[in-house]
Structures are given as structure tokens and as C-alpha cells.
Design a protein around this ligand. Structure first.
Ligand SMILES: *Cc1c(COP(=O)(O)O)cnc(C)c1O
Length: 420
């Protein structure tokens, strides 16, 4: 994006405007994308300590204890269960909330499959609400419209690290006695009105998979300050065995979603890096939004100035009516300039994926529907704004090793495809 035309001897067009690299100009950003060194001494120190331990089991494991301690410094939860993935964290949260057959859970149509897996395994029904056009988080009015007597929970996804409207969602949840689960998998370091996301609903879920900002290969955490939910989290991720009481007499069905000491060792070290990684990304994203504010045909990734969006990636939208090119050509032009960009995100909204379209959740079947416990038909679900977001979105990678100069917009080039 950086306009370094003059410094790098790029050619200009007949009208003096900078020429796009795809049309023979010099790339605006000739620098390679800065590489990230994600692991170092902090991780090595924990792994060395771990190797000296007699056991790698999570319960009373020193690495897991350290992970939980550092996690709670950033996220003040009374109850925390470290687990094997973000998917596991969400499933544990829903199990702890006593979600059961036929219950409805309102959630977002642009997300990872991991958001829906726990809902479906509890024999509950994901109900998709539409998103806001420029923030890509749940549209509160549509969530409200989708509440029925069967609704039991809302899973709010802080997509790209952009906090949902949590005050409104919490108010709605409390008024209808729903459990508000926050899916913070993409939102390490994100703040809602200064408070860490995950702590405003009833239960917060986090992913430590390799693609997230804070990672240990695979892992997750779930935390709660709700006394109905929090004390159940450990059992819900550990076969319903009660490690606190030291008893093994399951009272309900729960999977084994335990973390282990090697994962915890790396994750505990990663916690030390969270603030620097995510505050840097927040700043880079805001800089990009400011730089794009006046570019015709481009709708910047919106975030609330009172919050902190940590931009897991930056997702702008094209207003194609204002442009003379299509999205593919726009992305090709960006790539030509040295901008790490790609078209879209997931191939379609979650409800459009084959497993939903075919209702093929369990051995090709959906027992819940066959038993008449739901009449949900995902072939008829539509979230028009979410579909439009995916059709017009352009994903731009932000990375914390980029310096401020990396974010700039060459005016002449940015206007090349503008109609006016
Ligand atoms: C990554 C992700 C998950 C699932 O996390 P895993 O650790 O991969 O299971 C859930 N929700 C969202 C929004 C995610 O991005």
C-alpha cells in the first residue's frame, strides 16, 4: 500500500498519476512481508521446565497452572478450564450451560465450524442471525427477531477481533434468560469499553490454535464468573470426572477435551506476548482504516473507537458500483503492488456449507429433525448482509512485525479503478 513511487523510480501514466504495477508500474511496496518469529526463550524456558516433570497430565500440572494464572491476569475469571481447542472451549461452555435437544442457539453465519460443532453435538439447533455491514459482528436487531421460546443461548463471535455490541447482547440475554457465550477465538487482546472480551457475557471461549494470535499448536481456554456455569467447566471438559472432589462418578455425558502440559508450557509463555502482539495489530488496523477513509469504492473495516479491535485480519469491502473493475481484478492489482490481499474469507456463510445444506450431521442424518424436535431447514436460511460481506470482502493480512510505514495508500493508484 505504501506510496513510495518517487523513491523507487516507478513510472507514471500520461496524466502524471502513478501507474499500477499490474499495468507496468513499479510495485508501491517492494519490501517482502516481514517474517514473524513466534517462539523464543520464553517458550524454551517453559518446555525445559516441563521436561524435568514426572507427569505431563493437566490436573495439578505446573505448566497448566502457570497458563491459568497468566490467563487470569488478563481475563479475571473465577473459573477457568484449559482445554484442547477453541471448538472444545465452546462445547464445554454449552455443556456447562446445560444445552440440550431442541434448544436453539443464535449465532453468526461468518465464523469457523468450531462455533457450531458444540451446538450440534448437544443436539441443539444453530440459528443464524445476520451481521452488521461494516463491523461484521451480530446485528442485535436480527438477534432479537430470532429469539423464540426455545432459544437458550447466544454465541457471539468477535470476528477478526472486533468486539460485538456486548452491552446490548447481554441485556437481551438477561431479559430472555439466555446464556451469552462469547467466541473470542479471533479476539485475543480485544477490549469492549476497556474490558477484555469474554468477560462481559456469561462465559468466554478462546482458541490457541496455530493460526490465532496467541498459539500453542492446538489448545483452548474457557472461563466464567457465573456461579451456575463456572463450577461445571472442569467436569464438562474431562469426562464429567470431578478432579476437585477427586471422584469419578459421571452424572452426565461429557467428552475428554483436556489440554496437556506440552501445550500449556507453550501457551503460558505466549501469554506474555499477548499485549504487545495485539496492541500493535490494533494500531496497524486503525491506521489502515484512516488511510482508506477517502478511497472511492472501498469501505474500511469499521470498529468502535471506544473498543479495541485487534484485527485477526483486516477485511475491507468493495463498493463495486463505484469501481470500473471486479473484485478479482482489484485483488490482483493490490497483490501486484505488494499488498498481502485475497478475495473473501470462507467460501460462503456457514449455513451454505454441505453439512448444513444436507442436514448430514450424524451418519448422514439429523435425528433431531426426524424426531420432530426442530423444523429448521438450512436450505431456506438467508442472511443477506453476511452473504454480501463475503461476496464483496477483501482480506488484507496485518502482522505485528509490520512498521507504521507499511500502511499507506498511494493516492493515484488507489483511484485508478474509481468511476469518478
Ligand atoms: C478458530 C476458531 C474457532 C475454533 O478454534 P479451534 O481451536 O480451531 O478449535 C472457533 N471460532 C472461531 C471464530 C475461530 O476463528
Amino acid at each position: 500500500m505504501k506510496d513510495t513511487n518517487a523513491n523507487h523510480g516507478g513510472r507514471t501514466g500520461a496524466d502524471g498519476a502513478e501507474r499500477l504495477a499490474v499495468l507496468g508500474g513499479t510495485p508501491a511496496n517492494p519490501r517482502p512481508r516481514p517474517a514473524l518469529q513466534r517462539w523464543g526463550e520464553a517458550e524454551r524456558t517453559q518446555l525445559d521446565a516441563m521436561v524435568a516433570q514426572p507427569s505431563l497430565f493437566y490436573w495439578r500440572g505446573p505448566q497448566t497452572a502457570l497458563l491459568v494464572e497468566r490467563f487470569r491476569q488478563a481475563y479475571p475469571f473465577q473459573h477457568v478450564m484449559p482445554c484442547s481447542s477453541g471448538t472444545a472451549a465452546i462445547h464445554i461452555a454449552l455443556l456447562a450451560a446445560d444445552l440440550g435437544p431442541g434448544d436453539e442457539v443464535i449465532t453468526a453465519p461468518i465464523t469457523d465450524m468450531g462455533t457450531a460443532i458444540g451446538i450440534l453435538y448437544q443436539q441443539a439447533v444453530p440459528v443464524f442471525a445476520d451481521l452488521e455491514a461494516d463491523r461484521y459482528t451480530l446485528d442485535v436487531a436480527d438477534v432479537r427477531a430470532k429469539i423464540t421460546p426455545r432459544t437458550k443461548a447466544i454465541v457471539a463471535v468477535h470476528l477478526c477481533g472486533n468486539p460485538c455490541r456486548l452491552a446490548e447482547l447481554r441485556e437481551l440475554a438477561d431479559r430472555h434468560s439466555l446464556v451469552l457465550v462469547e467466541d473470542c477465538a479471533q479476539a485475543w487482546g480485544a477490549l469492549y469499553r476497556g474490558r477484555p472480551v469474554g468477560t462481559l457475557g456469561h462465559v468466554g471461549c478462546y482458541s490457541l490454535n496455530d493460526f490465532k494470535h496467541i498459539a500453542c499448536g492446538d489448545g483452548g481456554l474457557v472461563g466464567s464468573n457465573d456461579e451456575r456455569i463456572g463450577p461445571r467447566l472442569q467436569r464438562c471438559g474431562d469426562k464429567a470426572y470431578d478432579r476437585v472432589a477427586g471422584t469419578r462418578a459421571p452424572e452426565f455425558l461429557a467428552p475428554n477435551y483436556r489440554i496437556s502440559e506440552p501445550q500449556s508450557a507453550v501457551a503460558a509463555a505466549q501469554m506474555l506476548r499477548m499485549e504487545s502482539i495485539t496492541s500493535r495489530r490494533a494500531e496497524l488496523g486503525l491506521r489502515l482504516s484512516a488511510a482508506l477513509a477517502d478511497v472511492p469504492g472501498v469501505r474500511p473495516h469499521a470498529s468502535d473507537p471506544a473498543d479495541r479491535c485487534t484485527f485477526w485480519f483486516y477485511f475491507l469491502r468493495l463498493n463495486l458500483a463505484e469501481l470500473t473493475c471486479d473484485r478479482q481484478a482489484f485483488v490482483a492489482a493490490l497483490a501486484g503492488e505488494g499488498v498481502p490481499a485475497s478475495a473473501g474469507y470462507i467460501p460462503g456463510p456457514v449455513y451454505a456449507w454441505p453439512v448444513f445444506q444436507n442436514h448430514s450431521f450424524f451418519g448422514g442424518r439429523w435425528p433431531l429433525r426426524e424426531a420432530g424436535l426442530t423444523d429448521m431447514d438450512y436450505r431456506r436460511v438467508r442472511c443477506p448482509e453476511a452473504e454480501a460481506i463475503l461476496e464483496t470482502g477483501v482480506r488484507i493480512e496485518i502482522n505485528q512485525a509490520m512498521d507504521n510505514d507499511y500502511i499507506a495508500v498511494g493516492d493515484g493508484r488507489a483511484r485508478h479503478y474509481a468511476r469518478r
